[in-house]
Design a protein around this ligand. Structure first.
Ligand SMILES: [Zn+2]
Length: 255
């Protein structure tokens, strides 16, 4: 029997490769969903000459590196967007693996990371979160609630803890202050994280969002309108990994 530490390197490598491959899918969905293109059957092609890419040109990250970032036919410089997003997705998977090891939490965490990455990319571009992403996260929430039977009320309260207050704010502001997609995201992720986790996620999102957005307004002339999805996603991801540690650290400070 190999020991656990002997398995660590292969497990990390396989997890990273899975992250690259699904990152490629995330990127494809993020590009094609807002354009209503079919993201399962449509073949990828060079943006410059239109040549359909063959399977060996579609290997995440590696194809890009071996082709030196250029199309094999016309030599056009390929966008680094795909390899970049694939790598980010791979690193997120590794991060989850290092936190939770070979567990159900890691499986859910990786699927969650990809969904959050995809919806963030789309929200940045279109200011909307497609409902499919929220349904996907809701399914993760249902699966994890069944798995984590010890705290059924915690998960169910999580469904409403942030989403209902946000819904009230939306009604009062007549939809200007917060988008419907953000509210559904906080409901779905609330079921997954439980009420403590989703409150932490929302607080983190507000802190990260206000810091980054103040910088963007001051130095890059950004308007007041901004996509909240990426910040909510960052809060949800951090909360999934570290909610217990962060909440007990906070409580030890105030109590
Ligand atoms: Zn080309």
């Amino acid at each position: 029997m190999p020991t656990y530490s002997e398995l660590a390197a292969p497990a990390a490598l396989i997890t990273f490769i899975l992250g690259l491959v699904s990152g490629s899918f995330v990127c494809e969905v993020a590009d094609r969903l807002p354009r209503h293109e079919n993201f399962i059957y449509g073949r990828s092609h060079c943006e410059s000459c239109g040549a359909v890419l063959s399977w060996y040109e579609l290997i995440p990250l590696l194809s890009f590196l071996f082709q030196h970032g250029r199309c094999r036919r016309c030599g056009a410089v390929l966008s680094p967007r795909y390899p970049l997003i694939e790598t980010v997705n791979g690193v997120l998977y590794l991060w989850v693996l290092f936190r939770y090891g070979l567990t159900f939490e890691t499986l859910i965490g990786c699927l969650l990371a990809s969904a959050l990455l995809g919806l963030s990319l789309i929200d940045l571009k279109t200011m909307e979160i497609p409902y499919g992403f929220n349904i996907f996260i809701l399914i993760l929430g249902i699966a994890f609630t069944i798995y984590d039977r010890t705290d059924l009320p915690g998960h169910l309260i999580g469904l409403f803890a942030i989403s209902v207050p946000l819904l009230l704010i939306q009604l009062i502001s007549r939809g200007r202050a917060i988008g419907g997609g953000d509210i559904k995201l906080m409901a779905a992720a609330g079921l997954l994280l439980g009420w403590k986790g989703i409150i932490l996620a929302f607080v983190l999102a507000c802190i990260i969002g206000s810091v980054i957005h103040l910088i963007r307004m001051k130095f890059f002339g950004q308007g007041r309108q901004f996509a909240f999805g990426p910040y909510l996603s960052a809060g949800i991801f951090i909360s999934w990994l570290y909610s217990d540690a962060l909440i007990s650290a906070y409580l030890s400070l105030v109590l």
